[in-house]
Ligand binder design. Structure first.
Ligand SMILES: [Zn+2]
Length: 182
């Protein structure tokens, strides 16, 4: 893309004035000594005056920003990657990966703070009024030993005082150990 076509495409609002009609304005600014030295060194290296160097830098920077704003929808993958890298570095991360890891860590921390839904309060097995021998209609773990009671298998359903409390199922072995069946 040539500079003239870019200028034509990028500039919005008022059309740009022809080069000869443009009036230069004086912009003054105070800079730190370090920056001043760096500017002088860079100007010397590029064989331009400090003013020219600053003008070029400002010009390039704002043209770049305009280009990015105008072409956001057409950004190539590599530019997007660069932008993410710049964003990562601006946030103090060494790499895009590190930034992503930090983001994941933040999400995990938030997830850790949010309490999990309360587990149903299980009545202790000692509170069971009676054990009713049942045929399992669905697979359930034994409330005492965790053994999976398969569908169709014999199990024992605990009858509780509180009919709204979740009723435990136990396996035949546990029922035997609890002295419920011989
Ligand atoms: Zn069991």
């Amino acid at each position: 893309m040539t500079s003239s076509s870019r200028r034509g495409k990028v500039r919005r609002g008022r059309p740009p004035a022809p080069e000869a009609e443009r009036k230069d304005r004086l912009i003054q600014t105070r800079v730190e000594e370090d920056l001043d030295e760096a500017l002088r060194a860079a100007a010397k290296q590029q064989r331009v005056t400090v003013s020219q160097l600053i003008r070029n830098v400002l010009h390039d920077t704002f043209r770049l920003v305009e280009d990015i704003v105008v072409n956001t929808t057409n950004l190539t993958e590599s530019v997007k990657r660069d932008a993410r890298r710049i964003a990562a570095s601006a946030q103090g991360y060494a790499s895009e990966e590190e930034a992503a890891a930090a983001k994941a860590a933040r999400a995990a921390a938030i997830a850790a703070v949010v309490p999990p839904p309360p587990a149903p309060v299980e009545e202790p097995l000692e509170n069971v009024l009676a054990w009713q021998e049942v045929v399992m209609g669905r697979e359930r773990p034994c409330a005492r030993c965790g053994t999976l009671l398969a569908k169709g298998q014999k199990g024992f359903l605990g009858v509780l005082d509180d009919p709204s409390a979740p009723r435990p199922f136990i396996c035949a072995t546990c029922a035997q150990e609890l002295g419920q069946i011989p």
